[in-house]
Each structure stands twice: as C-alpha cells, then as structure tokens.
Write a protein that binds this ligand. Sequence first.
Ligand code: AMP
Ligand code: MG
Length: 398
Amino acid sequence: MITTAAAHDAILAAMPAFDSNTVPVDQATGRILRQSVMAERDQPPFDRVMMDGIAIKFSLFNAGTRKFPIQSTQNAGDERQLLRSGNCIEIMTGASLPEGADCIVPVERITVRDGSAEIEAGYVTEERQFIHARASDHAKGAVLLTPGTRISPMDIAVITSCGLTEVQVARSPVVRVISTGNELVPAGAPIEPHQIRMSNGPAIIAMLGQHGYATSEHDHIKDDLALLKERIATHLDETDLLVLSGGVSMGKADYLPQVLEDLGVKVVFHKVSQRPGKPMWFGIGPTMQAVFALPGNPVSTLVCCRQYVIPALNTASGLSERPPEFAALAQDVTFKPKLTCFLPVKLVSSVGGPVLAMPVHTNTSGDFASLSGTDGYVELAREESNFPTGTAVRLHRW
Ligand code: AMP
Ligand code: MG
C-alpha cells in the first residue's frame, strides 16, 4: 500500500499532456491558457485625462493665473488638440491630454462665466495632476499572461485589451464518469427499499465542472463481469480519462481491478494508506487513458476525486501549480489508524488570526449529507495520532 504523496506523484508522472486548441474569447473563461499574451500597446496608450474639468498649463497657474479663456472642448475619443498659450480646454475623463497642457483642474473647482473658466480661490494643484501617464501601467510588448493561467474574468479584460478575439487553451479532455453497482437507482426513477440513490456520478460531474472540466458524460453499469468488460472497453476507446465509482474493494462483486487489467489497463497502484478512500485503484490504458477507480462510499469518492482526479486533469492541461494552503485546527483531533486522514472542515476566519479549520464529523464514509456546507478537507499526517487545537494542517478546498 503506497502513501498519499506517492500516489499523487505516481498519478502526475503517468498523466499524458493534453494538446491545445483555439477558442473564441467568450468561451475562454475557466479554461487553461496555453500561450503568452503580450500588450498590444502601451497602457494607457496616451497620457489619459482622469477627471472631467479643464486642461491648463501649470506654469501659468503657478505664476498666479486663475482665469483661463475656454478655447474648445475635447471629449474622450476626440483627436488630441493643441492648447494655445493662456487658454484652457474643457476636457473629459478618458480624453488624451492636449498638447501644451500638463495639469487638469476638476470641474467642481471652476466657475464658467463669459467663455472663461475661473479656478476657485485657495485651490492648490501641481504639475501633471489627474494625468494617467502613457505606459505607466505597462509598455507595449510586456508579457501580461503566461501559459498555465486559468483564465479569470480579469484575464478576459487583459486578453481583449490586447486586441485578441481568440486564445489557445488546453483541449477539453473527454471524460466519462461511470457508477457501478446493482443497488443504484438514478434520481427520478422509482426505488425499492433495498436500493440506493445513485448520487456519486452526478456529484463527480459537478465537481469536474466546478474545476473547469464541464463536458463529462455519465454511465451506470451493473456489477456483471461481462457487461463491465464490454461497456468499459467502449468507454476506453472514446475517452482520455475514466472515473469509476464502486467495485474496487474486497467484495465478491468488486470486479473492477480484474476487468480493467483484462482490458489492458496497467495498474499503477491499488490501495492508498488513507482514510477515506483506502481501496482506490489507478491505472493507465493502452492509449494513455487515465483510469481512476474510486471506492463507492460517497465521502471517499468525493475526497478521492478532489485529491487525485482534479490535479491529474490540471497537470495534463498544463495548469501552473499553486502554492499549498494551510489552516489551523479549531479543535483537538485524535486519529489513531496509521493512515493519512482527510478530514472535512468548515473554515472560520478571524480578524488578524489564521484561517481556522472546524472539523465536520462524518458518521461513516457513507455520510455524504454532512459534506454539504464544508469548504474542503484538511490532511492529517499518518505518522501522528494527536493533533492539538492550533496545529497547522494542509488545506484542500473543494
Ligand atoms: P462499493 O465501493 O461498490 O463497495 O460501494 C460502497 C458503498 O457506496 C455501498 O454502500 C454503495 O451502495 C455505495 N455507493 C456506491 N456507488 C454509489 C453511487 N454512485 N452513489 C451512491 N452510493 C454509492
Ligand atoms: Mg459496489
């Protein structure tokens, strides 16, 4: 049985790299960027006026002039005008600073009478007031985004500001989620007392979608050796990655390890020293398909999906790694088995203090309802049994 760290490393090492494709910018949010984005122009591209008011020459103000004849008006988007000596130009936010002007006085500080603007008595200003200097944010050609960025709404602003209508992103992998089990009945269908609602498949698809992998499909296969072989063979032919739930433990109907190996999926590991999720199985198919067989207990399934499947997809898509996050335990925790414990938590933040992780007790690894409202889970080292309040622990957000 391997450790959680070894399992993580083995998965990432085995994952192929997905290639990239080009998508229109309106479909790019949440996708993983696979190109650099360089500034099309200086930003701002000209000395940008930051206030509605008048544009003047500061040296005249400094020498005592307060009344300036209004020469003209220049709006945002108008061509840059030339300020004649002694005058002012009425100017609007977003306009290009007129040639010869070097100071903006806001409209609230002036009175306009008989074609002149008079600045209020006692007003103090300085050279280049309310001027956002050309290239002061960044220069033309500056690298604004690098490959491996998950594209956010803020990045969409950057991409469009560079004049791009499409970008290169990691290809959406073809993912199939398969629930196995005779006892499972989907929502919407009549159910007998001895049956179980099939909740793992929809939950896994939702989790994948939340992480930007929105196109997964679902299948349900009964615990039948021949049927499993036939259907999983087809799924393997059609996909990059399979997530199976159920059928990997020691039960008589837990056929998956055998079925997968018969189909040419090479086992990388079976069983990880963790709770929940100890029976997890991972292998690589004949054409590099990643195959995750997760134990069916709903808490195990969701923790294993977040802990192993999501990082695998992220790595294959080229997502840049983020630094690990930590939280402080809000309660004493005792965990005796010599296994890494993934403990669901709610986060509580306090002013000036660390982020606190409040453990949420799950009744068993079948108690999925208790996961609602949790923010993620913390990782408790297998070498320890006692984790006092305040212990800094690795946090994994859902
Ligand atoms: P298994 O890993 O197949 O032995 O399943 C362990 C437990 O999880 C059993 O109680 C199953 O009924 C339950 N289970 C398995 N798959 C699902 C699923 N898709 N949705 C909800 N519960 C499941
Ligand atoms: Mg089962």
